[in-house]
Design a protein around this ligand. Structure first.
Ligand code: MN
Ligand code: MN
Length: 287
């Protein structure tokens, strides 16, 4: 059951209306990371939720997002309103001025209509909670950018409130996910394929003109990681399992050209393709 109370969740004050900024604010009204998207996503996830405690949380936060929508809409309206009567103000966004009379509509800052495609609702609670944590992070950074582009103290004050609440929600969703006691990498019920799951594919190789090259870090080394060099050029270790052989770094340097040998300096990638084609052609012949 929904009920509207004629009080904003946070008092809104605009000292100097800024129609261009009002347009930017629409990103949090009818945009991809905006308040309506958040309200709909959490409330609808709540309808699907069989866990009564976390359903309560989803409905609490989903409803709070509707109150945020009301704040952002009120703020945006205050900034956009001069467009209705002032030609100069109307130039900030002719669509809002001419078609919308200086009011807020369910569109983003580019005038694109709000869409349910923004929503991430999978019906799997832990998966949905991960989406919500990411959604709150996106909402936070959008508010931060709005604050940085805002010159009106009253507006900044309200945006600081809204930005803070997104971090509060992120903390609640994170605690709700962690308290489910699920292993971080266990999603659903079917186990991933052993071996393949630990293979990191180095699918982008060579050295870019800007000096960018292959990087190693905890995302591809240490623990159970098995680093597979350029799998497109590697044989299957197990075709059934989808695993690839893991040639040594030296072998790869030779195969894709490390720029050290005169032979590969000019066109290392073409050299690599030729070397591999030869290798595959040879193995097909042998079979
Ligand atoms: Mn919000
Ligand atoms: Mn939120």
């Amino acid at each position: 059951m929904y009920h509207h109370v004629k009080d904003l969740m946070y008092t809104v004050r605009v000292d100097t209306p800024d129609p261009k900024f009002g347009n930017m604010l629409l990103e949090q009204f009818g945009g991809a990371n905006g308040e309506l998207a958040a309200a709909m996503q959490y409330s609808i996830q709540g309808l699907n939720c069989d866990d009564p405690a976390r359903k309560d949380m989803l409905m609490d936060i989903g409803t709070e997002e509707l109150s945020h929508l009301e704040i952002v809409g009120t703020l945006a309206r205050m900034h956009l309103k001069p467009m209705k009567t002032s030609r100069k103000a109307a130039e900030a966004d002719p669509l809002i001025a001419i078609a919308g009379g200086g009011g807020v509509g369910l569109c983003n800052s580019m005038g694109d209509a709000w869409t349910a495609d923004y929503l991430k609702i999978t019906g799997e609670l832990d998966v949905d909670l991960r989406s919500n944590i990411a959604a709150e992070a996106r909402a936070k950074i959008v508010y931060e950018r709005l604050i940085n582009f805002c010159e009106d103290p009253g507006t900044k004050d309200a945006l600081q409130f809204l930005m803070t609440r997104e971090i509060t929600h992120m903390m609640a969703f994170t605690a709700a996910l962690e308290s489910m006691g699920k292993d971080r990498f266990t999603i659903g019920k079917i186990a991933p394929t052993a071996g393949l799951v630990d293979q990191y594919f180095n699918d982008s190789t060579g050295t870019g003109e800007g000096g960018d090259s292959d990087a190693r870090g905890p995302w591809n080394q240490g623990g159970n990681w098995e680093y597979v060099q350029a799998p497109a050029f590697q044989e299957f270790k197990s075709e059934k399992q989808g695993t690839r052989t893991t040639d040594s770094l030296a072998d790869l340097a030779d195969a894709v050209g490390d720029g050290n040998s005169a032979e590969h300096t000019e066109k290392p990638r073409i050299g690599a393709r030729r070397a591999t084609e030869t290798k595959h052609a040879k193995s097909r012949k042998e079979n």
